[in-house]
Design a protein around this ligand. Structure first.
Ligand SMILES: Nc1ncnc2c1ncn2[C@@H]1O[C@H](COP(=O)(O)OP(=O)(O)OP(=O)(O)O)[C@@H](O)[C@H]1O
Length: 355
């Protein structure tokens, strides 16, 4: 049986903003299973940071229950709450390292409040630096490191008290794509090797795609959609989720380009511009040749992308279908019957052409 390591129930967080009240989080439930890498995606101001700060009570909710590791945090006394909090590590966009301390000193810092001796602290910090691949830099200072290296130090520091949960709040947002990927891969390895549960807050679905098994999409203080990563990527329900996925799979920019392309301005009745999304087995079928053979409909590929998500293959394509109008309709029905999601784009082209 799976176990929820984080269980947020009906969480609301209100802020006073001058005369106004801002509902940063509005009646949100969130369950994260032990061992999950759970992504929370949303644009700036959606309430992601506020929601996850509730997990360790850095932010006290206005209403709701916070259950972490089967403990109801709002009911704990200060000593037990402090103990519970040490089991929740956190990393941030700007690393928050102490400039005047060495790398080792930074990682050792959370251990100063423990009963460990100086020697034990140094051993533990060195071991953690080894884990993130930075043992050789232990005597350097943060200013001597690159952004990616600084984030590795921050990760080592967040692991000092052997947490069960690591919260990553836009931890890769200030990094270039290659460094981002290396940090995400490190998080994935820590999840696997240490059994660490990770909550990843981000405004980029690409990051979620790399490592998460679950994702929730937030908008205006609410979770508008959630699910396992394959389901969300293959059958997103809400326009906002679709928008994030279109960007992550490059389909969005491709559609925009195609729709604006003057050569598609005058599509005839015998042409249909379509976007296809397909999952699993249907990615292996020779779709285009089937359309030609079975329906006499030609498919001209304008864009194609295949994404591997864990064990699932997802395909994204933009095509111009050319053939008799009725046959095109039949071909589209055939695609839909074969688990291919079809979006017709002719109207988008027309509205673009009409300004
Ligand atoms: N301490 C605060 N006082 C007043 N309003 C706040 C406070 N913290 C957050 N807010 C407001 O709550 C809303 C949600 O903010 P939050 O930082 O949680 O969003 P976010 O999705 O994490 O976005 P970002 O990535 O920009 O931080 C915003 O409207 C923000 O202005």
């Amino acid at each position: 049986m799976t176990e929820n390591i984080i269980d947020l129930k009906q969480i609301t967080v209100d802020f006073k903003d001058g005369e106004n009240r801002v509902k940063a989080v509005n009646d949100v439930d969130l369950q994260v299973e032990k061992g999950d890498i759970y992504g929370i995606v949303g644009y700036s101001g959606a309430g992601k940071s506020t929601l996850v700060r509730v997990v360790n009570l850095l932010q006290k909710p206005t209403a709701g229950k916070v259950i972490v590791n089967n403990q109801e945090l709002l009911k704990l006394n200060p000593v037990d709450l402090r103990k519970a909090r040490t089991k929740i590590g956190m990393i941030f966009q700007h690393f928050n390292l102490m400039k005047s301390r060495t790398i080792l000193g930074n990682v050792e810092y959370p251990l100063l409040k423990t009963k460990l001796t100086k020697k034990q602290r140094e051993e533990k910090a060195t071991e953690l630096l080894k884990l993130v691949g930075l043992a050789s830099r232990k005597d350097d200072y943060p200013r001597q490191l690159s952004g990616g290296q600084k984030q590795r130090v921050a990760i080592a520091r967040a692991l000092a008290n052997n947490p069960d949960i690591l919260i990553s709040d836009e931890a890769t947002s200030a990094l270039d794509p290659k460094t981002t990927l290396s940090i995400l891969n490190l998080l994935k390895r820590l999840n696997r090797e240490l059994g660490l549960t990770i909550v990843l807050i981000t405004h980029e679905m690409q990051a979620v795609k790399e490592i998460c098994n679950h994702v929730a999409v937030m908008q205006k203080g609410k979770i508008v959609e959630r699910g396992n990563i394959e389901a969300i990527f293959s059958t997103p329900q809400k326009p906002l989720t679709q928008e994030f996925i279109n960007v992550a799979t490059n389909v969005g920019p491709a559609v925009e380009k195609v729709v604006k392309n003057p050569s598609f301005k005058a599509l005839t009745q015998n042409q249909q511009l379509v976007q296809l999304n397909f999952i699993g087995k249907s990615t292996e079928e020779p779709i285009i040749s089937t359309l030609a053979k079975q329906f006499g409909v030609d498919g001209n590929i304008l864009f194609a992308n295949v994404e591997q998500l864990h064990d699932e293959t997802l395909g994204f394509m933009i095509l111009v279908l050319t053939g008799q109008e009725e046959r095109i309709k039949q071909a589209i029905t055939f695609l839909q019957e074969n688990q291919v999601r079809v979006k017709l784009l002719n109207q988008a082209v027309e509205s673009e052409a009409n300004g």
